[in-house]
Design a protein around this ligand. Sequence first.
Ligand code: ZN
Length: 494
Amino acid sequence: MMKFGNPERFEISAQWLRDAEPRELLPKDFGWSMGELKIVVGGVSLTDHQIHGEQKDAIRWYLGPVIAWLIREWKWLMHEEAYAWPTRPADSSAITVSADLQRFIASEYRPDREIYKTIREWWARHALHSADPSALYPDVFIRRVEDNVEISWLDQQPDFPPDGFELKLKPGTALLPVEDVAEPLWNFLKWAVKTAPALEKEDKHQVAILKSKLTDVKGLAAAELEAAHFANEAIRSVIENARKASHWVPNRRVLPDAPVIAEFDTPALMFGGLNVNFGEQDILRLFDLLVQHRVGGESDGLKSLVSSPSIYEFIQPYAHGYELAYAVRESLGIDHQTAFVDIHQIVYDLGIKIHSEALDTASVRGVAIAGAGLSPAILINEKNKFNASKGGRRFTLAHELCHILFDRSSAKRLSHVSGPWASIRVEKRANAFAAMFLATPHALSKALTGAELSGQMKNLSERFGIGIIALREHMHNLDLISDEEFQQGGGWRH
Ligand SMILES: [Zn+2]
């Protein structure tokens, strides 16, 4: 087997096999391409299976369709992040897209049929199954997430498996640095077109086409690759003009050996993954925020707190957020018993500039920028309902502080817009961080009196400077409010 990549991150290995059948009995398209393919992610082999009582780690099938698909969809696989239809994103694209396909496939309602078509097109760009529905590959999805590549998979068996065939995998997700996926895949493609065992004239022609398409992909301009990241064409064009008007020099980084943007230009990082209807004014305001913060760096105090813990820790995002909040409180010397945390002062002392503005897009709660080449800033959207109260604004500040400290990409840059469409795990973690940063169970239980809880909430909310709804949720998570009391008061979740 030829191996590409690192099995602890991402590895694809393959070999060609000689087919015993005469050529004329094999499929016309790619009948020359019998081989074996193995995919390993994070040390887990996704192609492990059992067939006729034997354990195998590589799938034996025609490789041609997979090679053709990778070349055809390369730009999208490596750069497209957002879903092209309104959805409530789940943990991974494998789950989100499969669930939405199920939901819309049977619908007779006309608009649903259109949505189904859109989902199906997105699926075709990202799901390995779309390369060859007849193959026995696992249900793997590849997509970009900010400056990372997400690989996710389900445990579904192929539609028409041969007798005694069973894939061994459990569902999973990995978020990997772009290089770790892009380079092995690209090297695999280069190897495949170079060594393809085509002998007949027609087969050689098929390989020549693959070769020439691969060369075309190699020649794609950086701006064109990056354009695949923009879900919203209107946003892309506004940013294009804003870049020109402000003489913005793109700070994107292209891989030296593969046609992939490893780090997006900052405005693309900020807006590319969002499929939201931002008004032009808002895009320009946020672009201006980036321009303003293109000078300066970060304080040593802030630097010492920054890290990039994986969002796929084997721990619930809220528990992870709590843990991170404890760690930061401790680093800043805030006692567990302290009831009121002056979040404005803390953010200010860390050298993070706070902007408070009314954006037209009410669903944006806050925006955080930080990292290489940017001085850190948080924007609080006055238009967002959540930010109407003092407690809400404090919560948003703590939430955005979590993004600045822990949600930087592998490139150590952050340009994050918080709203209902953002990654659910990342948002849950930031919300939990904010709640725990502003109120520990030590301080809360000390502040509680023996009186009826509902009568104390207003007082607690003022004392800790958190809105009542967020505080109730937090106390419920901490078991300071029972399930029963929580339901009675109208259970509400982020
Ligand atoms: Zn957020």
